[in-house]
Design a protein around this ligand. Sequence first.
Ligand SMILES: [Cu+2]
Length: 230
Amino acid sequence: MMIKLKDNAIGNIVVLAIVVAIAAGGLATGLFVGHLSTNLPIEQTQGKTGASSSGSFQLILVITTNNYYNASVGDQPAFFVLQNGTLQSAANITIPANQKIEMTIIDYDDGNGSVASIYANVTGTLNGKETIVNNTNVNSTNANNQIAVNGSEQVSSVPVENIAHTFTVQNGSNIILNIPIEPSSVVQATFELGPGSYTWQCEVACGSGSTGWQGAMDSPGWMTGTLTAN
Ligand SMILES: [Cu+2]
C-alpha cells in the first residue's frame, strides 16, 4: 500500500499511549466525543455528550490502516469517528454550526503519501494553527518510575513530505478547512463552520489505483464523506 513507507513500532506505542490517555481523560471529565452520524436528533445528544464545560464541541477522529476494502484492493486506510468509546463510520459527520469544534485526530498510519503542497498549510483553524503530538516532540522520558511527557508542538504548516493524510473541506477551489496529519501522531485543532452540508476529503493520494485516488479516496466513510453543520 502506498501509505506504508516505514514501520515505526515505537511511534505506534507512543500514539497508543496518547490515545489511552486522551480516552481516560475524556471519560473522566465527560468530554468524550460528540454526536455524530447517529440517527438521533441533535437535541438528544448535544450537550449531553458533545458539549464541554467550555462550551465547545468535541470531535474525535481515528485513522487506521488495515481495513479490508475488497478482494482486489485489499486493505485501505480510513477515518472513523470515536464516539462513546466505539469507532463509527465517518461517512456522515454532524457538528453544531457557528460553534467552536475542538477536533482531535488520532492517526495510527505510520507512513507519508503524495499530496499537493497547498495542503501542507493549516487552514481555517483558530489562529491558523494545529497542535501536533508525535514521537519526536512528545519526548517522553522515564522519571521517578513515572512517564514525563514534554507536550506538543503548535504549527501553521507541516513539511509536505511528512503528511500521512489531511482532513480538508473545500468550497470549489476555496480551502475552508485543512488539517495536515503527520504519520503516527495526534493532531488537535479548533474551528467553526457556518450552517451547511460540506464534503470532507483527504487530499493525500492514499487510496488505490495508479493515481492513488481510487478505493478509500472516493468512498464515503473512508477518506471522504459529508460534514453537516446545523
Ligand atoms: Cu488519506
